[in-house]
Design a protein around this ligand. Sequence first.
Ligand SMILES: Nc1ncnc2c1ncn2[C@@H]1O[C@H](COP(=O)(O)OP(=O)(O)O)[C@@H](O)[C@H]1O
Ligand SMILES: CC(C)(COP(=O)(O)O)[C@@H](O)C(=O)NCCC(=O)O
Length: 310
Amino acid sequence: MARPYVTLRRDTWAALSNHTEIRLDEDTLARLRGIGDPTSQADVAEVYRPLTQLLHLTMVNAGRLNDQRNDFLRLNVARTPFVIAVAGSVAVGKSTVSRLLQELLRRAPGSPKVDLITTDGFLYPNAELQRRGILHRKGFPQSYDRRALLQFVMDVKSGSPRVEAPVYSHSKYDIVPDEKIVVEQPDILIVEGLNVLQPARVEKNGLSGLAISDFFDFSVFVDAKEAHIKQWFTSRFLELRRRAAGKDEGFFVQYQDMSEEEAAGFASEVWDTINGPNLRQNVAPTKQRATAILRKNSDHLISEISIRKV
Ligand SMILES: Nc1ncnc2c1ncn2[C@@H]1O[C@H](COP(=O)(O)OP(=O)(O)O)[C@@H](O)[C@H]1O
Ligand SMILES: CC(C)(COP(=O)(O)O)[C@@H](O)C(=O)NCCC(=O)O
């Protein structure tokens, strides 16, 4: 049976890259890594350099096609941003992948302006989630203001000069009122989030039939076995709790009185009741929609890469 993907082992993938020097110094890499994420210089060279090259060639050719199409249509419009999505479970390491791609793409020929936004800014505030009875469903598709997110991506992709996105704080566990991220005509926009590859819903009114994924030029799904991701989630929870020790503000203060075992048990329960079901029901089923799938083994090491060929 024909498959739309070509799947390559890491060493075969690494050999595709020419030896253009895209390097990150150790301090920069340390700044980009998420909590508990061991991404190394070897990963940059073997996994992210070929991915950056593939992204860059896709971008250059998409830009050319757009220019020619606009000429044909006699449209006098500027080039609009190339949009890259990064999808995958909670705690799989999307943020590290997104921040690395941002940094590496900034170093690509022409030094493009690369902005990054996370979809958590479009979560409904806790008070609204509570009103809807879905506070225990944070991260599920229905916990986002999907219409506002779609409008945001359409506005950026259409070349609007200035577009604002709301901001979520993990430490407050809520939307930060009055804080905004401003996106001003980047060459590349990276959109990171659990549900970015969800297909369109059929709505009764308004923007029916469209999803943010209709505006992506390239998408990456970060994949791993659920048992490993749960382990990373639990370790991160314990680490964040440790870091909150002695502080009197922030979401993790409430877990200070628990023993390590109780805290691990609590994280495991959050996984089993919220993030695990969300992964299985909503996130994992969108994997095959991605242009690239990065498969991680138990150590976060990317061992296999699949790329859509048709
Ligand atoms: N409770 C938290 N407190 C502070 N930072 C957090 C918390 N949960 C997640 N993060 C950070 O937020 C980012 C997004 O986390 P998450 O949505 O789980 O995606 P991923 O781990 O795939 O990047 C990561 O950089 C992570 O380290
Ligand atoms: C904020 C998130 C929903 C992820 O948001 P994303 O940027 O992927 O849209 C997730 O990281 C999270 O914190 N889930 C919380 C589940 C819970 O503890 O209720």
